[in-house]
Design a protein around this ligand. Sequence first.
Ligand code: NAD
Ligand code: MG
Length: 396
Amino acid sequence: MELLTILGATGSIGQSTLSVVRRHPERFHVFALTANRQVARMLADCLEFSPRYAVMVDEAAARELRRQLAEQGGKTRVLSGAEALCEVAAEPEVTTVMAAIVGAAGLLSTLAAVKGGKRVLLANKEALVMSGELFIDMVHRSGAQLLPIDSEHNAIFQCLPAELQQNPGRGSLAEAGVSKILLTGSGGPFRYTPVDELVDVTPAQAVAHPNWSMGPKISVDSATMMNKGLEYIEARWLFNAAPDQLEVLVHPQSVIHSMVQYSDGSVLAQLGQPDMMTPIAHALAYPARIASGVAPLDFCKLGELSFMAPDMARYPCLRLAIEACASGQGATTALNAANEEAVAAFLAGKLDFMAIASVNEAVMQQLGSTRAASLDEIIALDGEARLCATALIRKH
Ligand code: NAD
Ligand code: MG
């Protein structure tokens, strides 16, 4: 029986995880659920899954959840504050942690799970983007098992030989005969919109992804393709990939979730419906296979699969992320923090869509060469980049 902590349980990935868990009560037991402040969702899930702990980062939300749980006879103990996230991630009894908090807010609890030597299901790509080398070092020191949830990285993982699957961030792609990782992305909702019309994009248009249903931040990142940029950096760390081993391809239908090209000319791909329950079920049960609840692909109804190179004029955030990856940890940490602030400002109606990239670029230019090797340096740079981004957003 796996004992599971879900960080970010009320979000899109957290809820998809619970949908898979619900089908397999004999395999998984929920130990802890965490959220920022969504009481109603958390209450319902506590009553259904009876976890030992529920963490609400927000103190007032924790009080409200405690009150409502008591009223309904729920036995779950409610903790509050950000430190409690790390406690339920590192608890010795816990075997598996789903890291599905959005953004840098998930860094410390994800690292706590890694340090605790857990089977870590990584959805929170920003944590790895910020702390790449330190993160991978910690995986190897603690003996944690790292399984990618991001659909592209999960697809790549499935297409790699077992010796690379079991050696995250340290194996040699070249020695395994891999010539290239082909990272696919849909291109988001504006892939055919004339570039000069992109300034007028509204938050509602940006979060309406054509193929995937996701949280607001990653939906905006998909529209700017910053998401693919973050994934490029994520792939660099997860698979120990050099720039010439990574290629981004726009594939509008989101049927192929990424591919691995081998030196003999073979290309392995993972295909499926655009539903995160597939990678979640894969990682939850790895190396076994379990039902996820996702319908099988019907090839006769698929239609055409098309591919094209990304247009960097349309997607400046993708270019920035690839540059940051080549530049190093300071650049990727600064870029990630700037982007979180810029996306939040865009969603709040305080920044134009195309200005997200301008803010990101300016912050990267100012702070991208800052040293960010230790956790303290990473956190300090994250904070500094946010201040810098906020000042730029105010001027826009
Ligand atoms: P979401 O916005 O739907 O959910 C985020 C979760 O994090 C919620 O439970 C929320 O309560 C929690 N949270 C937010 N701020 C917090 C804070 N300050 N402290 C503690 N908890 C906080 O996001 P999502 O779409 O589920 O994405 C989660 C992560 O998974 C992101 O890193 C995203 O990039 C990644 N991811 C998501 C998808 C997807 O399909 N949604 C696909 C691939 C990767
Ligand atoms: Mg993805």
